[in-house]
Design a protein around this ligand. Sequence first.
Ligand code: SF4
Ligand code: SF4
Ligand code: FES
Length: 252
Amino acid sequence: MPEFTKSDKARADVNPVRMLMFKIDGRDVTAREDETILTVARQNGINIPTLCHLEGLSERGACRLCIVEVKGAPRLMPACVTLPRQDMEVITNSERVVGYRKKILELIFTERNHVCSVCVSNGHCELQALALELGMTHVHYDYIYPRYSVDHTHERFSVDHNRCILCQRCVRVCDEVEGAATWEAMGRGIDSRVITDLNQPWGTSQTCTGCGKCVHVCPTGALSEKGKSVAEMTKRKQFLPYLQMMRREELR
Ligand code: SF4
Ligand code: SF4
Ligand code: FES
């Protein structure tokens, strides 16, 4: 067995990471103390639906679709930002959890104008796919029908705020991967909006490099490439894990 060097030991003393055991849906699982419930569930082949989470980006805990039940806890917890504790018991698919997930999804649909039949992302949309997965056939709440703008000022891309679900993937990828920090979130609650460069039209942005990463991580048709018609916009986000790996290597 290889021996620890002095520097390994020093590192471990400064930054010890403990392992712990807990249960997900009755199964015993092992985790590092700094891994989220979502990460551990996926490592063990347990499906928890997500929308704002994206492998390779920091967590925002914005959509609440990943809620799970923790035995003894009064509230449901978002799995993507909750760390497990020793002997914790997590339930991912109880009637209560599934019911709340559906309600959350319905509310997301009512807050903006998601008209799939005329959307560039029809058939390639994560929100639409989740509605199918959760068996959502209609909503039980009144639609708000807000009147949001569409910004076509960028040379290659468009943003349609009517289709935005405020997941902030665009904000995070632009900041954490591209390093441009063009996107930001403005406002509160359902009046929030993503904006570019202190709420200037995207096409006049001094910081945007035109890389398109925000477009390809956007789960809906809110961000799209110009020239795409109904159902033609497919997203390519496979680049993320590779970029994250390269960045980790650079920091070593
Ligand atoms: S195109 Fe690239 S730089 Fe421009 S806003 Fe999107 S992610 Fe940021
Ligand atoms: S524009 Fe797309 S990626 Fe950005 S917050 Fe809205 S839905 Fe999410
Ligand atoms: S995926 Fe966990 S809150 Fe959105």
